[in-house]
Design a protein around this ligand. Structure first.
Ligand SMILES: *Cc1c(COP(=O)(O)O)cnc(C)c1O
Length: 377
């Protein structure tokens, strides 16, 4: 049996969790939380990084920081995980969905400007599969209309766009350390703050709306309730686990890339025969092999391929029922422009097993079964 995912374990996770217990500080913002945020700030050249309990929560913090209110509009792709939209719907915003590009499955940057109105406040590009959106074009539009850009880089940790790490290009960036992502601690995330005017308020929102961070730095002599907020900081146990992953980030990244290119090269003949479509990586992008997917001709073929692979002990999955046609999407949002690709391309996409602890032999088994399916079924 080859499962779709197994959470990565890099080596020293248990050792660091034990160390956290010995240090006697298990709530947030202890030794390991500081080590993790420092690691992210130094490696990604980020102004400020705050560890959070999830990417969902980092997005919620970003929505509060961007001061999104009732009736404001936020532009994002319909082809994404629910949290991208939910964070803004929670603040009373109307979600404006735009179509994707079929080549990268990312929001089509050419469709953003036509979706802007006087009520638009933010753009939320999602770097699907760890492949960057066209950030130059997006930042240019945002600057022209004075909009906040919040990158949903849940899948894009360690990927780059024109040499810059994803999450550090917009005003705010959000990472996920969920067990299905490249670096994980079960459930976790981070908010990257690239615009210094947001730093102090971000610390307050993350600490239940209190100025506790300033109190710990000795900048005020008591802390109290100063703003809205919630409990967005993870426990030291999670941070200890995560730090072990960061220490091995290069190893994890290069192994995932090996897996990714094994799939790509192994399945390329099927693409050349026009039986399937493989992912496209634009030239100016360094991706992190977050995901390997292929596209079948249509939904029916995908359903049949999933069943075939399952019968061979291989688990594959698809995702994202387009948000604009979902129950909540219809209530809280609207698609501007046509759905040329979102629905049709999402119905063709199939994700293959890819994780740190998969072997190249297992990947070759998956490749061979897909080749068998197309050549002999
Ligand atoms: C995984 C994911 C999220 C949510 O991350 P959590 O850490 O599970 O909250 C948000 N957006 C995208 C695009 C994701 O892939």
């Amino acid at each position: 049996m080859i499962p779709f995912n197994k959470p990565a374990v890099a080596g020293l996770e248990e050792h660091y969790i034990k160390e956290a217990i010995e240090r006697g500080h298990l709530s947030g913002d202890g030794h390991f939380t500081k080590m993790c945020s420092k690691w992210l700030e130094e490696h990604f050249l980020a102004e400020k990084v705050l560890l959070t309990t999830s990417c969902t929560h980092a997005l919620e913090m970003a929505a509060i920081l961007a001061d999104i209110r009732e009736g404001d509009e936020v532009i994002l792709p319909s082809y994404t995980f629910v949290s991208t939209a939910n964070a803004f719907a929670l603040r009373g915003a109307k979600i404006i969905f735009v179509d994707i590009r079929p080549d990268t499955m990312n929001m089509d940057e050419k469709l953003i400007e036509q979706a802007i109105t006087a009520r638009t406040r933010a753009i939320v590009p999602v770097h699907y599969a760890g492949v960057a959106c066209e950030m130059d074009a997006i930042m240019e539009i945002a600057n022209r209309y004075n909009l906040v850009v919040i990158e949903d880089a849940a899948q894009g940790v360690i990927s780059k766009y024109k040499g810059k790490y994803l999450g550090t290009i917009g005003h705010l960036g959000c990472y996920s350390f969920h067990e299905t992502k490249n670096y994980n601690c079960g459930e976790g995330g981070a908010l990257v703050i690239n615009d210094a005017r947001f730093i102090e308020r971000a610390e307050i929102i993350r600490e239940k709306g209190t100025n506790r961070a300033r109190f710990f730095r000795g900048q005020v002599d008591k802390y109290s309730w100063v703003d809205i907020g919630s409990s967005y900081l993870p426990s030291e146990l999670n941070a200890a686990f995560l730090y072990a992953q960061f220490e091995n980030a290069e190893r994890i990244n290069s192994y995932r890339l090996d897996c990714w290119y094994t799939y790509f090269n192994g399945l390329k003949p099927l693409e050349d025969e026009e039986k399937i479509v493989l992912p496209f990586i634009p030239e100016h992008i360094d991706h992190n092999a977050h995901m390997f997917y292929l596209k079948t001709s249509n939904l029916e073929e995908r359903t049949s391929l999933i069943a075939y692979l399952k019968s061979k002990g291989i688990q594959t999955v698809f995702h994202y029922i387009p948000l604009h046609s979902s129950q909540a999407g219809l209530e809280f949002g609207e698609m501007i422009g046509r759905d040329n690709y979102t629905t049709i391309e999402s119905e063709r996409l199939l994700r293959l097993p890819l994780y740190y602890n998969i072997t190249l032999e297992e990947i070759n088994i998956v490749i061979n079964e897909i080749v068998n399916y197309y050549n002999f079924m």
